[in-house]
Ligand binder design. Structure first.
Ligand code: PLP
Length: 435
């Protein structure tokens, strides 16, 4: 049984057929069991349909003085209106960018460059690399950064946060939903503390659309970043919300596009696609979100009851309804992922952007997991397209694969990975570098 139709609430028969894309999607879906929606999502057929004409007959440059180009201004502004509606903003507060990473870099640097007398940034130790590495680069340029620690369940100590704020704090950049654990930070409370002190607040909300309702006024943020490919849009287009009245200095300096806030000829097809994806995400009902959480919880409890020595990383609530991060003691996550891949099951070991890197997840180690425990962790992130049959298929194989990997692991590997059979405490064991 499907928990709902794609992005919630449309009967399958209403889905448009365009260049056979539905059939193509159906074919891939029947073979692939996708549990990695936090990494990316498929482009919805409606989104593809909306964007394709802008590669062909509706080409041109929106800045041109003639109709061939000028006619593109209207669809761009319609898309701007759609993404603004998704987050409860005014369309004048939206800047289109090339991705979530660009939005985040722009937000942080804008707050610094527009308040030259302030050189301090507050963020957390569990941000996506877009924020983490941007802050690290700024540190090298002489800015000061406070990386707030998190509790074992991934939550933030608000008192610690409050104490980190200083008269020279230019910006607080704290994610709303963690991409690895799904744990939510209390953005409205953080916003209230920032506002009392006149400090600008940016939130990375890239993982949120379609999974929670977004209202920038309820949140109280000054800036917010999103990326289309997490909500069934294409990769390579993002947005930055900048509250009216917030001082702003763009990062991409060039022409007058985006009201002079972001130079570069507009990527019209991708902007239009983002607008359509935003409409679909906005249409996701509370009931669909609830069903998604139920399916995620089913997967979680199935794993806990059928695979021994497993534990969830991060608080049960408040959390995104689609994400679970599970440590499989004594198992190298990379090996488990390879075996799942053989069965056409896609999941990930931490953030997709760091897959292949040798370091254990900085998010999990910041939460106090040992490197070995972090390396035994798999993130399953579901979507409205995930079915009970997908979960059943996964659970048909997972207990056996984990048992096989544990049996095959040498005592040394078992020890490194925090296997419960090992007599050595996992926290003090040296980990190997992944190849
Ligand atoms: N922030 C979070 C929480 C993410 O999960 C991602 C992507 O994985 C990004 C930022 C970066 O977005 P993009 O891939 O569009 O640059």
């Amino acid at each position: 049984m499907r928990i709902s139709h794609r992005l919630g609430d449309r009967p399958a028969s209403n889905q448009p057929e365009f260049l056979g894309v539905n059939q193509a999607f159906a074919m891939t879906e029947s073979k692939t069991h996708y549990f990695d929606s936090n990494a990316t999502t498929s482009v919805a057929p409606e989104v593809l349909q909306a964007m394709l004409p802008y590669f062909a007959e509706k080409w041109g440059n929106p800045s041109s003085p003639y109709r061939l180009g000028k006619r593109l201004v209207e669809p761009i502004e319609a898309a701007r209106g759609s993404v603004a509606s998704l987050i409860g903003a005014d369309s004048t507060e939206i800047i289109f960018t090339s991705c979530g990473t660009e939005s985040i870099n722009t937000a942080i640097t804008s707050c610094l460059y527009s308040q030259q007398n302030k050189r301090h940034i507050v963020t957390t130790a569990v941000e996506h690399s877009a924020t983490k590495n941007c802050c690290a680069a700024l540190e090298e340029r002489g800015y000061e950064v406070t990386y707030l620690p998190v509790n074992r369940d991934g939550s933030l100590n608000l008192k610690l946060f409050e104490n980190s704020l200083r008269p020279d704090t230019a910006v607080v950049s704290i994610m709303w939903a963690n991409n690895e654990t799904g744990v939510l930070f209390p953005i409205p409370e953080i916003a209230a503390l920032c506002r009392q002190r006149g400090i600008l607040l940016h939130t990375d909300a890239v993982q949120v659309p379609g999974k929670l309702k977004i209202d920038v006024n309820d949140l109280g943020v000054d800036l917010l970043s999103l990326s289309a490919h997490k909500l069934h849009g294409p990769k390579g287009v993002g947005l930055l919300y900048v509250r009216n009245g917030t001082p702003f200095q763009g990062l991409i300096i060039g022409g007058h596009q985006e009201e002079g806030n972001r130079g570069g000829t507009e990527n019209v097809p991708y902007m239009v696609a983002f607008g359509r994806a935003a409409e679909l995400a906005r249409a996701v009902s509370g009931e669909s979100r609830q069903k998604l959480a139920v399916l995620r919880d089913t997967l979680e409890s199935e794993i806990f009851s059928r695979v021994p020595h497993t534990a969830r990383n991060g608080a049960k609530e408040p959390r995104l309804p689609n994400t679970t991060s599970i440590a499989f003691a004594g198992v190298e996550a990379e090996a488990l992922l390879m075996m799942l891949d053989q069965l056409n099951i896609c999941a990930s070991s931490g953030s997709a952007c760091t897959t292949g890197s040798v370091a254990p997840s900085h998010v999990l180690t910041a939460m106090g997991l040992s490197p070995a425990e972090a390396r035994s962790t798999i993130r399953f992130s579901l979507d409205y397209e995930t079915t009970e049959a997908d979960v059943a298929y996964l659970m048909n194989h997972l207990p056996r694969i984990v048992a096989e990997l544990r049996a095959a692991a040498s005592p040394r590997v078992a020890a490194r990975s925090g296997d419960p059979r090992s007599r050595r405490p996992s926290g003090v064991i040296q980990t190997k570098e992944l190849p």
